[in-house]
Design a protein around this ligand. Structure first.
Ligand SMILES: NC(=O)c1ccc[n+]([C@@H]2O[C@H](COP(=O)([O-])OP(=O)(O)OC[C@H]3O[C@@H](n4cnc5c(N)ncnc54)[C@H](OP(=O)(O)O)[C@@H]3O)[C@@H](O)[C@H]2O)c1
Length: 273
């Protein structure tokens, strides 16, 4: 497993399991256990996914030391608007059954994100989590917080897939020494995802890999942290088998050229939740 060093010096496994739309209870518990058994050491959840309890229980039951697993959770928009970052973080920790997370993100730039960032900075500077960052922040959202920031966000988690490469934003994030992380790396859970795309199927045949593996490799070779979601044991295992082959530079560029600028999720400038 490749690891990436974040701008505050801590490391994050480059690939993790995402658990958006994974039901609390058996479904989330099993997905996390399958992932940890397969060798994942990075789990991406959020207060809004309503499965932090099962994620925490699966991590405890795995027998793997807490400090060997990188856990991300996120501050939801209602709590950004209500100015409740500090309370919401405590609630997430309680649900997870943990006394810290590795990375705490502002989930979306809801009104009040500048104050939320200051609250995250306070908590980080008190040592309450190992890193703080943002998600769904465009260049102008970052520009709003950076001039007065006491802490440079370690991460900006944004949508990126072959059908919505988001290349310009990713390059901008990198230029600020912030690590980009790709959500919906396959184009999401609904029927929009790219895994049956004819061009990708051809590349998969060329490398003797699945389309999912080729797409994950494309993210990895661009230096993105990536968090594919699955609830199926075989797919969770398959998605980790991406460190034993490389795409040619031409094929990385070819996959980027499949961009259609079609988002799977909401636009951070117009979201309504
Ligand atoms: N920050 C944000 O605002 C934000 C927004 C969206 C997502 N995220 C994060 O990003 C993670 C991933 O994004 P996502 O869940 O939207 O979608 P995704 O990872 O792009 O795609 C997940 C879909 O692909 C399927 N799949 C997974 N592996 C597969 C494989 N090897 N072969 C065939 N199908 C496969 C899954 O089905 P099965 O589960 O049935 O296997 C599911 O339908 C989320 O879970 C979440 O942690 C963050």
């Amino acid at each position: 497993m490749n690891e990436i060093v974040l701008n505050n010096g801590i490391t994050i496994p480059q690939l993790g399991l995402g658990v958006f739309r994974v039901k609390d209870g058996e479904e989330a518990y099993n997905a996390v256990r399958y992932a940890l058994d397969a060798g994942y050491r990075h789990i991406d959840t959020a207060a809004a996914y309503k499965n932090e309890e099962s994620v925490g229980r699966a991590i405890r039951d795995s027998g793997i030391a807490r400090e060997d697993i990188f856990v991300t959770t996120k501050l939801w928009t209602d709590d950004v608007r209500a100015g409740r970052a500090k309370e919401a973080y405590k609630e997430s920790l309680q649900k997870l059954g943990m006394n810290y997370v590795d990375l705490y993100l502002i989930h979306w730039p809801a009104v009040g994100y500048e104050k939320a960032w200051k609250d995250l900075e306070d908590m980080y500077l008190e040592g309450q989590m190992r890193a703080i960052g943002v998600s769904n922040f465009h260049a102008h959202h970052l520009a709003d917080i950076l001039p007065t920031a006491r802490v440079l966000p370690a991460m900006d988690q944004v949508e990126s897939s072959p059908s919505f490469t988001n290349s310009e934003l990713l390059a901008h994030i990198r230029s600020l020494n912030i690590q980009p992380e790709a959500w919906s790396p396959f184009g999401g859970s609904l029927d929009k995802n790219v895994l049956k795309d004819e061009n990708l199927l051809q590349l998969a045949a060329k490398y003797g890999k699945s389309t999912a593996q080729v797409v994950l490799r494309w993210h990895i070779q661009q230096g993105n942290v990536v968090i594919p979601k699955s609830i199926h044991k075989e797919r969770i295992e398959e998605n980790l088998q991406v460190f034993d082959f490389s795409l040619s530079d031409e094929d990385v560029a070819l996959i980027s050229s499949f961009n259609k600028d079609i988002r799977a999720g909401s636009n951070p400038d117009t979201f309504n939740f």
